[in-house]
Design a protein around this ligand. Structure first.
Ligand code: HEM
Length: 192
């Protein structure tokens, strides 16, 4: 959530597109609901692109149960394998302009498995994250509501700092600080 909002503050044209989509599909007369999410593919693209650049679980570990061959490498049984999802999802061999935040790269493939194993923020196979459905719905509902109800701006002229901290869940080094106005345009506040 914090990474998504940081990216949107640094790329206001994508924030505007998400807001326009919500205004068109949901409007301002009622709050966005979970059942609206299938009508908001652009919001979904923003979430996908955020999880590509800033996967909540950047590194996943598995142990091989038997001897196998991976990409020409022999892997003996009982070997601890560390998958660097963060690096795979920024790999210039499989992603065009990998470091660029571009939600539109997911356009048209919103509900498909993205091309093999190049995009696996929730892992893959038998141990794939069982919380994926809950997570994507909750992020969609929360991020969508924040966009619907408030106008967001950077706290100052400078870009939001995107330095990554260390940890199992890819935290930001500095907490996000932003300026927010009510969607109807009354009052403004700086929030953390
Ligand atoms: C954006 C949110 C989330 C992301 C990016 C995420 C990502 C992941 C990843 C990469 C794995 C490892 C998959 C593998 O080993 O191949 C995992 C495992 C797991 N996740 Fe999530 N997760 C998220 C939210 C959740 C939520 C909300 C729940 C529960 C309500 C959850 C429960 C689990 C559990 C129980 C496992 C272990 C599965 C197993 O080893 O069989 N996750 N998650």
């Amino acid at each position: 959530m914090e990474w998504a909002m940081s990216l949107l503050l640094n790329h206001p044209k994508f924030l505007k597109k998400a807001r326009d989509e919500i205004d068109k599909q949901v409007g301002q007369e009622r709050f966005l609901e979970e059942s609206d999410l299938p009508k908001l593919p652009y919001l979904n693209n923003i979430i996908n692109e955020t999880l590509r650049l800033y996967p909540a679980a950047p590194v996943v570990m598995h142990e091989s149960s038997k001897d196998c061959n991976v990409g020409g490498f022999h892997v003996p049984s009982n070997t601890m394998l560390v998958m660097n999802i963060w690096a795979m999802q920024r790999d210039p061999n499989v992603w065009l302009e990998p470091l660029k935040f571009n939600p539109e790269r997911f356009e048209g493939i919103e509900n498909e498995n993205v091309n093999g194993f190049k995009y696996i923020p929730f892992g893959s196979g038998r141990r794939r994250c069982p919380g994926e459905g809950l997570a994507t719905r909750m992020i969609g509902l929360t991020l969508g509501s924040l966009i619907q109800c408030f106008q967001w701006k950077r706290a100052g002229e400078e870009m939001v700092d995107m330095t990554e901290g260390s940890g199992l869940t890819l935290p930001r080094t500095n907490p996000l600080v932003a300026r927010v106005n009510r969607a109807q345009g009354q009052g403004s506040k700086t929030v953390k």
